[in-house]
Design a binder for this molecule. Structure first.
Ligand SMILES: [Zn+2]
Length: 288
């Protein structure tokens, strides 16, 4: 066996480095990778497995989000060292695996339908280990484009989730299905595209009242305001629970939208996760 003492090893190492340096210029070129991370985050909630799946990001001018409160928003964002305009919003969907059912909460923007920084849902679902055909149910918090349009292809011509039942609140379906919708919402919201997607979904659409349990452990509650039929979702298993307010602020211009700092992570998706404490324990935290 060849044995090298420390001095010999150091000498041979430096000689090798020197030889390499003289032989040829270092080649460090490698293709830059466009994906920094897989686009999902997974954790357990009791016996349920939750996977937060990114659809990408959106960016809007401050005025679009906060109107006459834009100046307040800009100053708050600046004080938090955040860009004040355009404002970036994270679009996340929530995949709930109850063990028996795969429930996707909201479906993102869809590919090539809005800004080119979103529509990533299917790719990120694949990274997380799921195909569109695996999804049993898509539960909608509301029907804005960044929650609904992801159910169909880029032409809004066919559905992408072949086995999914679609579930939404009666009030939300009534509002967005109204033939008079184009006169009720801004043209920027492209109401006809939303109605096209609703027509596609309608054969598999189940309407519920806010408060109903959509799947075991997945319960809705009424947070109308952002849209007329907006619902938030409460998920529980054993002694653990969490709630997804989604976009449940009373109005888009509500100060509560930006109270917690970066608007993208608060206005679009505000998540609270807490451990459930035994009800008999005096230390039980107050539900906020
Ligand atoms: Zn919305």
């Amino acid at each position: 066996m060849l044995m090298l003492d420390r001095r010999t090893l150091l000498r041979s190492g430096s000689a090798a480095v020197g030889a390499t340096a003289l032989a040829a210029p270092a080649v460090a070129r490698a293709p830059q990778l466009s994906k920094a991370q897989p686009g999902f985050y997974r954790f357990k909630l009791g016996a349920i497995e939750i996977t937060v799946v990114s659809d990408g990001t959106l960016a809007f001018p401050t005025e679009t989000l906060w109107g006459d409160r834009a100046e307040d928003a800009r100053s708050l964002l600046t004080s938090a060292f955040q860009p004040s305009s355009p404002v970036g919003l994270q679009i996340n969907t929530i995949l709930v695996n109850t063990g028996d059912k795969l429930v996707l909460i909201d479906a993102g923007c869809g590919l090539d339908k809005f800004q080119n920084t979103n529509g990533r849902l299917l790719g990120h679902l694949a990274s997380a280990g799921y195909a569109p055909g695996d999804i049993d149910m898509i539960l909608f918090t509301h029907f804005h484009f960044d929650h609904l349009w992801g159910i169909s292809d880029s032409k809004n011509a066919s559905l992408l989730f072949p086995s999914a039942e679609f579930v939404a609140s009666e009030a939300e379906v009534a509002f967005w299905s109204d033939p008079g919708l184009p006169g009720k919402v801004s043209a920027k919201q492209q109401p006809l595209v939303t109605q096209t997607n609703l027509k596609l979904a309608s054969p598999r659409l189940r309407q519920i009242k806010a408060g109903a349990e959509a799947a075991p452990g997945v319960t809705t509650f009424d947070t109308a305001g952002h849209t007329p039929g907006h619902m938030s979702v409460h998920i529980s298993s054993g002694r653990e629970e969490m709630s997804s307010p989604a976009t449940s602020s009373p109005t888009r211009r509500s100060a509560s939208c930006i109270r917690n700092g970066r608007s993208g992570s608060t206005w679009t998706r505000r998540w609270r996760l807490r451990r459930a404490w035994p009800s008999s324990t005096a230390q039980r935290p107050t539900r906020r």
